[in-house]
Design a protein around this ligand. Sequence first.
Ligand SMILES: *Cc1c(COP(=O)(O)O)cnc(C)c1O
Length: 384
Amino acid sequence: MTLPGQNRFGSETGDPLLLTPGPLTTSKAVKAAMLHDWGSRDPVFLALNRDILAWLPEIVAGGADYVAVPVQGSGTFAVEAMLTSLVPPGGRVLVLVNGAYGARARRILEIAHRASVVHQTPEDTPPDPPAVARLLAGDPAISHVFAVHCETTSGILNPLAEIASLAARHGRSLLVDAMSSFGALPLDAPALGCTAIAASANKCLEGVPGLAFVICEKRALVAAKGTATTLTLDLEDQWRALESTGQYRFTPPIHVIAALHRALEEFRAEDGVAGRGRRYAENCRVLTEGMRRLGFRPLLAGALQAPIIVTFHMPRDPQFIFQRFYDGLKARGFVIYPGKLTVAESFRIGCIGRIGPGDIRAALAAVEAVLAEMGVALPLPAAA
Ligand SMILES: *Cc1c(COP(=O)(O)O)cnc(C)c1O
């Protein structure tokens, strides 16, 4: 069925391109993989699921010590499953916060009645390793460190290797939200000493939303029996059921899993993390250079910018009205994302999903056209 307004734009199905943090533009083949109705005991479906669970840990060099535990739902379900399944009642989590996703982890712990300590830095500032070291040295009750790899709120790349080495040196478990980096930025779970990494189908793996997962160190998962605060998000129970019966405990999102299987085939064909990371880095470079040429100012310095999503300061020109900018881009086939910062007025443009540098160049041309339509003079004046 073709809805009005479809089949006009740059994606393979003619929909507007999603330059957002997720859901993202997916390939036509990924969407076509969903054109089946399989029962949850269907052998074809079970084989696809087995492949996925075998492939996911390989992306983070998991080896035999790690397993992937799928969680039905969006990415937050996996973060909540990780925290509430692996942090025991007497545990305490040092949560590194520099954006909405770190803050959300703290809220999850609070609701689950798990103790936390927060190290907060502004949204454009990574956590401070010496301060983290002092907190760990001064508080032996801290059992876990929680870090967000790429904090999608701003697009900042947090210094995971430094955080991991501090956690390891102090003998604490490391839990990572790698939602927006998994599959695009190298992550070596055993080398970092990660206890668990949470991510989802619908960001850099270019699947559709509806399945998230936690890559867990097997021995931490075994030790987590009986720890979970909920039935549905109990990672150990979910894993046991899959191990012993091959079945999900509750209805699996069959179509989403079939789409993820196809998406992972495309990921592997693109040379995995290396290839995907290269494409996104090029998207990010073309985007940032093009926007700078028009006078837009990125929030982050290059060294802090992950090639995932870029935050730009809102222009000061009174002719610039964000809603008109957004609508004008949408009408030309590009969906961008409002800012989520508390420190500055901003908007975001994503570099991930089934898009390439040519799509980004087309988006830049659309930006220029919409600015002209609004009567905004170019280049934008440099801000004071
Ligand atoms: C997208 C994202 C999540 C999960 O968001 P959902 O909307 O639940 O899929 C969590 N953490 C980070 C860093 C993210 O980018």
